[in-house]
Ligand binder design. Structure first.
Ligand code: DGJ
Length: 729
């Protein structure tokens, strides 16, 4: 991969043999976007941009009446100086004005990728993996420098971007808005796709055509949210799973975000993504630097499938960190849906005994083990074991489990405080609040003010003591409400609007310290299921509880939608009881297992109460999971049939050498007198021969991809099958 500065043409060219990204310096001052896509040969890249003076578009360069910022495809557009489209940033100078004029100053090309202090990011393990371009722009009147960071990776079809502002002057500057990226496409004939939902219905896929004007998704909930994932994709009209052009953009951030698309009358499409400007501002004192989160920009000429596979590889290898990054995860059992708050040590042991007998490796004690928490009305913040429920403490339970040969995992919800807690009684100002205003409860709890250093330090020490108090090998880090009355007791009035972002910086610091301090603990993040399923959390915790909805049918949509960006390796998926606790549906245990086996398999039910036959089935599926899990968790995903389009869902994973593949097929409701159906596979080596489920018959890869695998005629609802393909010599 290379980054070139073409002096004659005034073009920066980032390329890696597959992808190109080009920026042109116009009039020696302005950064124009020229091209992003497949690497191509170009004799005249600088002639791509065309100029024309348009009515009502300001003339920004008196010497060139054809030039206007309003019609220029820009790299990082300002507010207030002639471009009336969505700005990427807005700064307020000490005199109150919000007009800025940043012009090109210099550039630097460096090997590797600089660290972004205090924020999650994609990383490199050696400097040969990526090159970084830093373009410096300066507004000399304001006395502020702006660095635009672009990294191109050698092995991924991706550019990463972020921005920093430095106050070089002597006055206070207020950042009112600052996105992480902005890019102007030269046309508008696109669809866009994003992931929307709510609690128990996260990341459903929505695809629609672009229209003139602004369309956007965002979160102002203090978390990336169940409602909108910080991701969107732009798709050519013909784009499918396997064909067409797709640009996928995702933000490495877990708090309030905004992603905006604006189509202007000249069919330019502007996309920007970053921290939500709503209720955000940041005072930048002389000498200070503000750094935005990072945005990942993936290009695919192989449809949505190609985009997802690129995201998956990056997330698995250059977002997730720690010892679990490259490891399969233990099969766990969680007691939440089995007992909720009402458990005894005896009951937990019964679940653990049965689980161990079936091959489950880790027991997770969920909510209700601390303070006097018998419901969701108390004790968050009082992280002291309830001896009435656990007479031998966490240590006693952990030793029992270890004696069985199981590991012990623990649920915590550290960011929260219950009004009925010693923590709140002792520190009523430690929660987010605005003096004199209502402290709105949600799930009966308040949010600790992590913008405060003292609160963060207290949490770090409290959790350190807790995690050292027993042999804890897994932590589920929950977060069960969104933020209201976002204000901090310690910040001065002029900095109150920094609270949300400072909260995220505080949270990230806590997570950095704890994950470094406890490298052998597997952390799983959770926010009422998937309310904070984002790249920011994955940088610290290598898996996320996908959804509180464990119904096998609903999960098909949730896991399918989640897989647009996130690999199976980072998704927690549990087999739960029927009737399902969220939707009341009865599905066979086999299908429930088969859905959960498409990610990190876990269980969440009274497993000791299963019938003998059901236990035998679970034991058998667990053994099968061990056979397939490496392919599922580390393989390339191909989505074959979408649950959003009908009764059939199918996806498959193929290992790196194309020697093994696992195909999952599900049919939710049977149809009478159904036609024959052949499932066309993807991603196999056309020339290799494969055996399916150890049957005697052998098929060529191209046969399975072109003609397909014939499926049985199905006469039952909730049918599922997993096919394991292995190369035959
Ligand atoms: C919400 C989580 O998503 C559930 O799995 C469970 O841990 C509850 N919180 C406990 O309060």
């Amino acid at each position: 991969m290379t980054i070139e500065w073409k002096e004659e043409e005034k073009i920066f060219h980032l390329y890696n043999g597959r992808v190109s990204y080009m920026i042109q310096l116009v009039h020696g001052k302005y950064l124009a976007h020229v091209y992003w896509g497949n690497q191509i040969q170009m004799m005249q890249p600088s002639s791509i941009l065309q100029f024309k003076g348009r009515a009502f578009s300001p003339m920004n360069e008196p010497s060139d009446p054809r030039f206007s910022l309003d019609t220029l495809p820009q790299e990082f557009p300002a507010f207030g100086n002639g471009d009336f489209r969505t700005p990427a940033y807005r700064l307020q100078s000490p005199d109150g004005s919000t007009v800025t004029h940043f012009v090109y100053d210099s550039f630097e090309i460096m090997k590797g990728k600089p660290l972004i202090k205090g924020l999650p990011m994609t990383y490199v393990e050696n400097t040969l993996e990526a090159d970084t371009l830093v373009i410096t722009m300066v507004d000399s009147m304001l006395g502020v420098g702006m660095n635009l960071y672009y990294t191109i990776y050698r092995d991924f079809d991706m550019i990463t971007r972020s921005v920093s502002f430095e106050n070089l002057g002597s006055g206070e500057v207020r950042i009112q808005q600052c996105m992480s990226m902005s890019v102007d496409f030269h046309d508008s004939n696109w669809d866009w796709l994003h992931l929307q939902g709510t609690w128990a219905r996260e990341r459903h896929i929505e695809r629609r055509p672009l229209i003139h004007g602004v369309q956007s998704i965002s979160s102002s909930r203090g978390a990336s949210s169940h409602q909108h994932n910080p991701f969107l994709a732009l798709l050519s009209k013909d784009a499918t799973e396997d064909h067409g052009v797709v640009y996928g953009i995702s933000l490495v951030y877990s708090g309030n975000f905004q992603a905006t698309i604006e189509v202007d009358p000249f069919e330019t499409t502007r996309i920007s993504m970053g921290i939500n400007p709503l209720n955000f501002s940041w005072l930048l004192n002389p000498g200070e630097i503000f750094q935005t989160p990072e945005a990942l920009m993936v290009y695919s000429s192989e449809g949505l499938g190609g985009m997802s596979r690129t995201f998956h590889k990056i997330i698995r290898s250059r977002v997730c960190r720690g010892v679990y990054r490259d490891r399969t995860r233990p099969i766990l059992i969680n007691n939440w849906e089995a007992t909720y708050f009402h458990f005894t040590e005896k009951k937990l042991k019964e679940i653990a005994d049965a689980a161990k007998d079936l091959g489950i490796e880790l027991f997770v004690l969920d909510d209700g083990w601390f303070g006097h928490r018998d419901n969701d009305k108390s004790s968050l913040g009082d992280w002291i074991v309830n001896r009435k429920k656990l007479p031998h403490g966490l240590k006693g339970l952990a030793s029992y489990l270890n004696g069985l040969g199981m590991q012990f995992g623990l649920w915590v919800e550290p960011e929260m405080v219950s009004p009925d807690s010693d923590l709140y009684r002792n520190h009523p100002d430690w929660c987010l609040h605005v003096p004199g205003r209502n402290r709105t409860l949600s799930r009966n709890q308040l949010v600790l003010d992590l913008s405060r250093e003292d609160v963060c330090n207290w949490l770090i020490e409290t959790l350190t003591t807790l995690f050292q108090s027993a042999s804890i090998r897994y932590v589920k880090w929950d977060m069960n409400r969104n933020m209201t009355e976002v204000g901090s007791a310690l910040l001065p009035p002029e900095r109150q609007q920094e609270t949300s972002h400072r909260y995220m910086l505080g949270l990230y610091r806590i997570l950095e310290v704890l994950t470094q301090r406890f490298p052998e603990i597997l952390f799983e993040s959770c926010s009422g299921g998937g309310g904070r399923f984002d790249l920011g959390m994955l940088y610290y915790m290598p898996q996320t509880w996908t959804s509180d909805d464990t119904d096998a049918v609903e999960r098909l949509k949730i896991q399918y939608g989640t897989s647009m960006v996130y690999p199976a390796l980072v998704m927690g998926a549990h087999v739960s009881d029927v009737p399902n606790h969220q939707v009341g549906r009865m599905t066979p245990l086999r299908m429930r297992c088969h859905v959960a086996m498409a990610a990190n398999l876990g269980f969440e039910l009274n497993i000791d109460k299963l019938s003998r036959d059901d236990k035998a089935l679970v034991r058998q599926e667990i053994q099968f999971y061990h056979q397939i899990k490496n392919v599922v968790l580390f393989g390339d995903l191909y989505r074959l049939l979408s649950p959003f389009k009908g009764m059939d869902t199918a996806w498959m994973y193929v290992d790196e050498n194309q020697e093994q593949a696992v195909v999952f097929y599900y049919k939710t409701l049977a149809t009478p007198n159904p036609p024959f159906f052949r499932l066309k596979l993807r991603g196999l080596n056309p020339k290799l021969k494969y055996k399916i489920n150890d049957n005697k018959r052998v098929y060529y890869g191209d046969e399975l991809m072109k003609i397909g695998m014939s499926l049985p005629l199905i006469k039952t609802d909730f049918f599922s099958e997993i096919y394991y393909l292995k190369r035959d010599e």
